[in-house]
Design a protein around this ligand. Structure first.
Ligand code: SAM
Length: 280
């Protein structure tokens, strides 16, 4: 297969810049540029789009996004050691890569981006879940992004696309299906990464819906489903006791039996319950 660009192979980049992987930063790198270009293609047609990339590391996915035609990539990376490697990519693609050094959980990238915007990232698991929930729960909809293409531990990916009644069904599935279309686009074995993590991974692709499937306040919905699934084996009247003193009446008003458990309740009913709770 022809090389995706004329920059040095990633193993060489890592050796040149001394980028030994740090566990504390969740560093499991993708070094196969054909694979990173494939992940970039999952993100859709990037020509004419700004792409927000979180955690570019030595730049494998960044190079994939740029070679696949992204208009611009804005990359936020916490590890200062990666800056020289990323600067080489910026030089190869003049005016198309901006790098911000810092913590993606603390930086608001919006002023650096022009719509249409897509997001792509291979992130540590905890940061990825936190950002996904933030990107799915802004007060207004549609959000600033059109799609999210994110790497997760396979088990977390399955939670995002899960349906009611399954073991994986919970807060992530509900928030994802409320305002987006989500699918697993690629499964990756541990050996796809350097160093290999202990678990398999998957790339999840989410497309923002023009409007949520049912009306609800994002904060109230998030609190309701988080509480309901925190004690998923309990009946809802017990699990949601802290949500409202008259929770049984509210469950009934939303068409939910107070003796039901969270895993059997669909999105439409959870949204009805969130609306009822918000109306108190
Ligand atoms: N995207 C690269 C790749 O695919 O090879 C690196 C992936 S590695 C799993 C995760 C990257 O996210 C690392 O480069 C790490 O330094 C960075 N990172 C970790 N926490 C971060 C945070 N809070 N904000 C920004 N970057 C972060």
């Amino acid at each position: 297969m022809p090389a995706i660009d004329d920059l040095p192979p990633l193993r060489e980049v890592i050796a040149t810049h001394g980028l030994s992987a740090r566990k504390s930063l969740g560093q499991n790198f993708l070094l196969d540029l054909n694979l990173t270009a494939r992940i970039a293609r999952v993100a859709g047609d990037l020509t004419g789009c700004d792409v927000l990339e979180i955690g570019p590391g030595p730049g494998g996915l960044t190079r994939g996004l740029l070679s696949e035609g992204a208009r611009r990539v804005l990359a936020i990376e916490k590890d200062r050691r990666c800056q020289p490697a990323l600067a080489e990519i910026a030089e190869r693609y003049p005016g198309r890569l901006e790098v911000i050094e810092g913590d993606a959980l603390e930086i608001d990238p919006l002023s650096h981006l022009t719509p249409p915007i897509r997001i792509a990232a291979n992130l540590p698991y905890n940061v990825g879940t936190e950002l996904l929930v933030r990107w799915l729960t802004p007060p207004e909809w549609p959000p600033f992004w059109e799609s999210l293409t994110l790497m997760f531990q396979r088990e977390v990916a399955e939670r995002i696309v899960a349906t009611p009644g399954s073991k994986a069904y919970g807060r992530l599935a509900l928030l994802a299906s409320w305002r987006a279309e989500a699918r697993i686009a690629l499964n990756l074995p541990p050996e796809a990464f350097t160093p290999p993590p202990k678990v398999s991974s998957a790339v999840v692709h989410l497309t923002a819906l023009p409007e949520p499937r049912y009306p609800a306040d994002p904060k109230v919905l998030e609190r309701t489903v988080a509480m309901a699934f925190n004690q998923r084996r309990k009946m809802l009247r017990a699990a949601l006791k802290g949500l409202a003193p008259d929770i049984e009446d509210r469950l009934i008003a939303a068409g939910i039996k107070p003796t039901d458990r969270a895993e059997t309740i669909g999105l439409e009913q959870f949204c009805a319950l969130a609306r009822n709770v918000a109306a108190k």
